[in-house]
Write a protein that binds this ligand. Structure first.
Ligand code: NAD
Length: 351
């Protein structure tokens, strides 16, 4: 059977990427799905067990900083479209090592744009470069209101500055070279396969192990949260129906203060683990605030809802239940990603 598209999904071994890869491999047997990932600490092929061996799924271990390797992958798989998720993604890490974020998020993205542009030369209008980004590029909201697609960029952390730069490069390639590009900016994701350095999985893991739950400042920072599989569905929607040159904000219409999320997790975990109510809340420990911590992010996702008909499928409490259940049922996964044992898994399967 001839494959109608050959889609390069970068960062497919990461948290969001693995859900995008699984959705595309399972839903579109007529597409060839090529997962390209450098397998940093955040990438884990165990996330993709369910699609391994499928005839439309391929994996390439490549660093997007390496233009020659990228070129080889385009040639080998005759890449027709790109969905770009590979990135350094953790704000705290960006504070201690900003340059790593410039290298992957900025230089890596420009490399990928260059290779795609060259490979698609003469037929740029037949191919799509879809760049997946974050709402953090818009900065911090202090006086109410929401981020719109037209909100001016005002990134405040090294992470968001690097993502903002990459977004600008993608749009510059559309404007300057006529590439067909689309960008989406999404709020905080949560769900299965989330690396346990991020708030929700960290709390689940620490509650389970009776370890302190570090909460920045007073826990007053507000984020909008979206279930990761709903983000993957949105990416599917934007990829297939989004208009080239456009930006789409993706969000959950679901704002929470960090401290309220931590309390909700404590309550649910007490129930799941059969502990007396209030047990886990005692683990809450307020710690020195993150440097330059943005107060509030809130996405207005009306455009994607009205123009493309996408909306979240889950209520937050349902999503949190599913997430907790997944972590409790997948202790091996947690042990592996925290011990680095998944590196051995890679060697066993791919080397
Ligand atoms: P993640 O850190 O879980 O995964 C990133 C993946 O990229 C990993 O598999 C990693 O191995 C890979 N990678 C990192 N550097 C690479 C490189 N140089 N070359 C090739 N692969 C490399 O991140 P995530 O949370 O899944 O985020 C994916 C994308 O979505 C990112 O672009 C991020 O900015 C964006 N995003 C994330 C969120 C969120 O809440 N997590 C929200 C909005 C947007």
């Amino acid at each position: 059977k001839s494959m109608s598209k050959s889609i390069l999904i970068t960062g497919g071994a990461g948290f969001i990427g693995c859900h995008v890869v699984k959705l595309f491999v399972e839903k579109y047997s007529q597409y060839k799905i090529v997962n390209l990932d450098a397998l940093t600490y955040a990438g884990n092929l165990e996330n993709l067990k369910s699609v391994e061996g499928k005839e439309n799924y391929f994996f390439e271990k490549v660093d997007i900083q390496d233009a020659e390797d990228l070129q080889l992958v385009f040639d080998k798989h005759k890449i027709s479209d790109v969905i770009h998720l590979a990135a350094e993604s953790h704000v705290d890490r960006s504070i201690s090592d900003p340059l790593a974020f410039v290298k992957t998020n900025v230089v890596g993205t420009v490399n990928l744009l260059n290779v795609a542009k060259k490979y698609w030369e003469g037929e740029l209008d037949e191919h799509l470069f879809y760049h997946v980004s974050t709402d953090e590029v818009y900065g911090s909201l202090h006086d109410g209101g929401f981020f719109l697609e037209t909100t001016a960029y005002d990134p405040q952390s090294p992470y968001s500055a690097s993502k903002a730069a990459s977004d600008h490069f993608v749009r510059a390639y559309a404007n300057t070279y006529g590439m067909r590009t689309v960008v989406s900016n999404c709020s905080n994701n949560y769900g299965p396969n989330h690396f346990p350095e991020k708030l929700i999985p960290l709390c689940i893991n620490n509650i389970k192990n009776n370890k302190p739950l570090p909460v920045y400042g007073k826990g007053e920072n507000v984020r909008d949260w979206l279930f990761v599989k709903d983000h993957a569905r949105a990416i599917d929607t934007v990829f297939h129906q989004g208009k080239a040159g456009e930006t789409y904000n993706i969000g959950g219409f679901n704002e929470w203060k960090n401290i309220d999320i931590v309390r909700l997790l404590c309550k649910k975990m007490d129930e799941k683990l059969g502990r007396p109510p209030g047990t886990s809340e005692k683990l809450i420990t307020f710690v020195k605030d993150r440097a330059g911590h943005d107060l509030r992010y809130a996405i207005d996702a009306t455009k994607i809802q009205q123009e493309l008909g996408w909306e979240p499928s889950l209520q937050f409490e349902e999503g949190i239940e599913l997430t907790i259940d997944w972590y409790l049922a997948n202790e091996d996964w947690l042990d592996h990603v925290t011990s680095g044992a998944y590196q051995d898994y890679y060697k066993e399967h791919y080397e």
